[in-house]
Design a protein around this ligand. Structure first.
Ligand code: ADP
Ligand code: 5GP
Length: 219
């Protein structure tokens, strides 16, 4: 059975990476696609763990070779999802999670309309700014220009939210983690037919089997 492809997008600093890593530790069978990027590693990031860090020329070679399911230029750097991430998840029988920006998400929605898209919002621009500043301080890379461009981009990205199937607000982390986990489990239920089977057993569905059994008691 083909796995489910989950697309997750959020304005930078909304807490998407934090949420995704917590959900992955709670839910089995979720593979994470490690993107390629031309941006420099941040803080404690390691090549091959958060991203495959690469050069512009290598990235452009991969575009020309047709290696990407999607790619986009975000904040002046290239980011892309390798097609091989899909086949790898399929081979190991896992669902796949993509953490990509709205431009990339639109490309994947067009190519793979069965993908399940989830948008994560910060509770407010003020809280988003605070999170961006806290993260920059923690990583010792405070740049006012970077923070301002990410805040401006957030307003732009929010306009795309209605193209996504689900949206959740990352206010209280535990609650957002529960919501994201519930979406994953619910979509698996739909895929496996669990929801349809459960619905067919509802009393108000009055299935032929139920009616037949009841009628035997009326004899
Ligand atoms: P993103 O991946 O969306 O760019 P991060 O996961 O790096 O964002 O989170 C940005 C900052 O916000 C980090 O310092 C993280 O610890 C913090 N953060 C994430 N979620 C929450 C939350 N629900 N409440 C408070 N702080 C949060
Ligand atoms: P960051 O530099 O903060 O890690 O990521 C910046 C933005 O790039 C985020 O919105 C993130 O979702 C997006 N991004 C990360 N990987 C990919 C990718 O493979 N493709 C696209 N289109 N966007 C990505």
């Amino acid at each position: 059975m083909a796995g489910i492809l989950f697309i997750i997008s959020a304005p930078s600093g909304s807490g998407k990476s934090t949420l995704v890593s917590q959900v992955r530790s709670l839910v089995e069978g979720l593979d994470f696609s490690i993107s390629y990027t031309t941006r420099a590693p941040r803080g404690s990031e390691e090549d091959g763990r958060e991203y495959h860090f690469t050069t512009r020329s290598e990235f452009e070679r991969m575009i020309a070779a047709g290696d990407f399911l999607e790619w986009a230029e975000v904040f002046g750097n290239y980011y892309g999802t390798a097609i091989s991430a899909l086949s790898h998840a399929k081979d190991v029988g896992k669902d796949l999670l993509l953490d990509i920006d709205v431009q990339g998400a639109v490309q994947v929605m067009k190519k793979l309309p069965e993908a399940v898209s989830i948008f994560i919002l910060p509770p407010s621009p003020e809280i988003l700014e605070m999170r961006l500043r806290n993260r920059s301080e923690a990583e010792h890379v405070t740049s006012e220009t970077v923070i301002q461009s990410r805040l401006a981009e957030a307003r732009h990205e929010l306009k795309q939210m209605r193209d996504y199937k689900y949206a959740l607000v990352n206010d209280v982390l535990d609650q957002a983690v529960s919501e994201l986990r519930a979406i994953v489990l619910c979509e698996r239920g739909v895929r496996d037919g669990v929801q349809a089977v459960a619905s067919s057993c509802r009393t108000d569905a009055a299935s032929p089997k139920l009616k037949a059994a009841l009628s035997t008691f009326e004899r």
